[in-house]
Design a protein around this ligand. Structure first.
Ligand code: NAD
Ligand code: TYD
Length: 342
C-alpha cells in the first residue's frame, strides 16, 4: 500500500506519518507538504533515513504535480491533512484558507478521479458544525454552520468531497475531529502557546472570559481513529472523532500552570476573538458502534506528557519562536486590549 499524506510536516500529519510507518512495516508513504510557516521538517527527524518515507516539498494546488505524484508512486490512497489551520490567522487574512483548504482539496479530488484512486480520506474538524449552547453534542447529521473563515473553508472542502462521491462514485471518507494536543503542535494554538509562555514567565493571554469550551483529544488517539477509518470506514461516510473531554479554556490554562508550578497571576484576560465559538463537543458514538474506536488517553495524563515533551524539546520550539512567529505574535497580542474579566 502506498499512501499520499498531504501536510505531513505539520502537527497532526507528522504524528500520523510516524504512527503509520511504525504500525505497517510494509507501507510506503509519500509526504507532500508546502512547508508553510506551520510545516517543519524537524517534526520528522525520528524517521530520517527511513526508505519507506519520501518527502516532497510542493503545493496541493499544483494539479500537474499532484497528478504526477499519483502516477509515479502508484499511490493507492490519499489522506489530506494539508491546510491552513489557525482560526486567528483566518480572521486576519482569509484568502490563503480558501486557496489551500478549498481549491487545494478540489485539485486533489480531481486528480484522485483521473487516477482512479482506491481511497480518499479528507481530514476535517468539528468546527464545521458551528457553536453549541450549554447542552448537546455534534453528531454526523448536525447541519453545517461554520462561523470562522477557517471553519467555512473546511466545510466547503467537506461538501466538495461528498459531491465527488455522489457524482463520480469516488471512494471518499470524511473524519471530523475535535481539538488536538500533543507533541509537535505549533505554538500558536492554545495548549503549546500557554505551555511555552508559562515556562518562560510570559503572560498567558486568555480570550474573553475564558469560559469557551473545547473537547480535547490527544493526537495519538486521532491518528488511531484515522487509521481505522482508512481501512474499515465506508465510502461516502462521515465520522466524528472526539476526546470526550470538555474543558473551559481557563481550566486548561490553570492545569498547565499547576503542573509547571507557576502562579495564576501570569493569566491575562485579553480582548475576545471576533465571532468566537462558545462550545464544541463531539458525539463519537458512530466510531464506537461501527469501528470499535474510543479515545484512550485521559487528558490528565496526556497534558502532563505534553508539557514534559515541550520541556525536553526546547531546541525544537526555540527555533520556531525565534523566526517569523515573533512578528505574528506581536501583531496578534501586542495590540490586543487587556480585560480583567473571568
Ligand atoms: P498544521 O497547521 O500544523 O499543519 C498543516 C500542514 O499543511 C503544514 O505542514 C503546512 O506546511 C501544510 N500545508 C499548508 N498549505 C499547504 C499546501 N497548499 N500544500 C501542501 N501543504 C500545505 O495543522 P494541523 O493542526 O496538523 O491540522 C492538520 C489537519 O487536521 C488540517 O486539515 C486541520 O483542518 C485538521 N484538524 C486539525 C485539528 C487540530 O486541533 N489541530 C482538529 C481537527 C482537524
Ligand atoms: P485554538 O487552539 O486556536 O483552537 P480553535 O480555535 O481551533 O478551537 O484555541 C482554542 C481555544 O483557546 C479557543 O476557544 C480560543 C482560545 N485561545 C485563547 O484564549 N488564547 C489564545 O492565545 C489562543 C491561541 C486561543
Amino acid at each position: 500500500m502506498t499512501l499520499l499524506v498531504t501536510g505531513g510536516a505539520g502537527f497532526i500529519g507528522s504524528n500520523f506519518v510516524m504512527f503509520m510507518l511504525r504500525r505497517y512495516p510494509e507501507y510506503r508513504i509519500v509526504n507532500l507538504d508546502k512547508l508553510t510557516y506551520a510545516g517543519n521538517l524537524e517534526n520528522l527527524t525520528e524517521i530520517q533515513g527511513n526508505l519507506r518515507h519520501t518527502f516532497l516539498q510542493g503545493d496541493i494546488c499544483d494539479a500537474q504535480l499532484v497528478y504526477e505524484i499519483l502516477e509515479r508512486y502508484h499511490v493507492d490512497a490519499i489522506v489530506n491533512f494539508a491546510a491552513e489551520s489557525h482560526v486567528d490567522r483566518s480572521i486576519l487574512e482569509a484568502i490563503e484558507f480558501v486557496r489551500t483548504n478549498v481549491e487545494g482539496t478540489g485539485v486533489l479530488l480531481e486528480a484522485a478521479k483521473r487516477h482512479r484512486l482506491k481511497k480518499f480520506l479528507q481530514v476535517s474538524t468539528d468546527e464545521v458544525y458551528g457553536s453549541l449552547g450549554p447542552e448537546g453534542k455534534f453528531v454526523e447529521s448536525t447541519p453545517l454552520h461554520p462561523n470562522s473563515p477557517y471553519a467555512s473553508s473546511k466545510a466547503s472542502a467537506d461538501l466538495l468531497a461528498l459531491a465527488y462521491h455522489h457524482t463520480f462514485g469516488l471512494p471518499i471518507m470524511i473524519t471530523r475531529c475535535s481539538n488536538n494536543y500533543g507533541p509537535y503542535q505549533f505554538p500558536e494554538k492554545l495548549i503549546p502557546l500557554m505551555i511555552l509562555n508559562a515556562m518562560t514567565d510570559k503572560p498567558l493571554p486568555v480570550y474573553g472570559d475564558g469560559g469557551n469550551i473545547r473537547d480535547w483529544i490527544h493526537v495519538d488517539d486521532h491518528c488511531a481513529a484515522i487509521d481505522l477509518v482508512l481501512h474499515e470506514g465506508k465510502d461516502g461516510e462521515t465520522y466524528n472523532i472526539g476526546g470526550n473531554t470538555e474543558l473551559r479554556n481557563i481550566d486548561v490554562v490553570r492545569r498547565i500552570l499547576k503542573h509547571l508550578n507557576k502562579p495564576e497571576s501570569l493569566i491575562q484576560f485579553v480582548e475576545d476573538r471576533p465571532g468566537h465559538d462558545r462550545r464544541y463537543a463531539m458525539d463519537a458514538g458512530k466510531m464506537d458502534r461501527e469501528l470499535g474506536w474510543t479515545p484512550r488517553k485521559p487528558f490528565d495524563e496526556g497534558i502532563v506528557e505534553t508539557v514534559e515533551w515541550y520541556r525536553r524539546n526546547e531546541e525544537w520550539w526555540k527555533r520556531i519562536v525565534s523566526g517569523e512567529y515573533q512578528q505574528y505574535y506581536k501583531m496578534m497580542y501586542g495590540e490586543r486590549g487587556m480585560t480583567s474579566k473571568e
